[in-house]
Write a protein that binds this ligand. Structure first.
Ligand code: ZN
Length: 283
């Protein structure tokens, strides 16, 4: 059974906007932001719609998946200069074939509030190996602690959740940890309420969590996670369709829906300051 002690925070929902990702293209959805100015514009619009966190990837000049440091640097600089208080969460994966150094450098040097930590290797979308070997995870854990960057532990299946617990035990991830339960990616667990409940029931006692579904199960996971007291991630990184057959107009369109649904359920979206408190950022 789902246990209430794993509820995140009374009636507050942290919305993370996953703006770009590494896989979605403008051919999939022309509203995808890919270059720094577009990404920052989208992050600000998401903040204004109710998001507390902006999860950021960058692309190269041809809009291909990239870990180019200068693109991260420009994006973070523009976002900080805008005065938008949204929590900055940088990816540490960014696509395939990047070196450990390329993956770590953005969070190490730019010191965002958070960075993603993918807790295991998987056959990504049944096409390539998403490499997160033990040496990389150890390095990632150490460097995040050194940079005072909070890991957003992305978990695509139960094995990754166990792996994350191992690194918590080893002291490479500080408690309380923050989990992002990612369901519906081919190669990982399906986006079903049953799987979400299972993962949540196996989280460490002292943690916060968020969830999202990719594809068909996206709305199911959104509603289930809200009902269970979880936080929510939405955005064009995970879904190009707002509903079946209906392309999303923007990232903020997804954020606005979560805000409406949360408020209908007597909940409130967390401001960035409230989210910082809930997630214990900067501590
Ligand atoms: Zn991402």
């Amino acid at each position: 059974m789902f246990e209430t002690r794993r509820l995140n925070h009374k009636n507050k929902v942290i919305i993370s906007a996953a703006l770009t990702g590494a896989v979605t293209t403008k051919e999939n959805n022309p509203n995808l932001p890919t270059q720094p100015a577009e990404i920052v514009k989208s992050a600000i619009a998401c903040y204004e719609a109710g998001a507390a966190v902006a999860h950021i990837h960058v692309r190269d000049d041809e809009d291909k998946a990239s870990m180019r440091f200068d693109k991260f640097e420009e994006t973070v600089k523009l976002l900080r200069e805008s005065g938008c208080p949204v929590i900055i969460n940088l990816t540490s994966s960014g696509g395939q074939g990047f070196s450990w150094e390329e993956r770590i450098r953005p969070f190490k040097e730019l010191k965002p509030d958070m960075a993603s930590f993918d807790a295991g290797t998987m056959n990504w979308l049944n096409s390539v190996v998403f490499m997160n070997e033990p040496g990389f995870l150890e390095l990632c854990g150490k460097e995040m602690i050194a940079a005072n960057v909070k890991p957003e532990i992305e978990v695509f299946d139960m094995g990754m959740l166990n792996t994350a617990k191992y690194y918590i035990k080893k002291g490479l991830i500080k408690e309380p940890a923050h989990f992002q339960l990612c369901l519906g990616a081919p190669g990982g667990m399906e986006a079903t309420t049953e799987n979400l409940v299972y993962l949540v029931n196996h989280l460490p006692e002292n943690c916060t969590w968020s969830a999202f579904g990719i594809g068909r199960g996206a709305n199911e996971i959104l509603l289930s996670a809200l009902a269970m007291g979880g936080n929510i991630r939405v955005g064009l990184e995970d879904n190009v369709y707002y509903n079946a057959g209906q392309l999303a107009e923007s990232n903020e369109q997804f954020v606005a829906r979560v805000k409406r649904l949360a408020e209908e359920m007597g909940k409130f979206v967390a401001t960035p300051d409230e989210a910082r408190e809930i997630l214990g950022l900067g501590k």
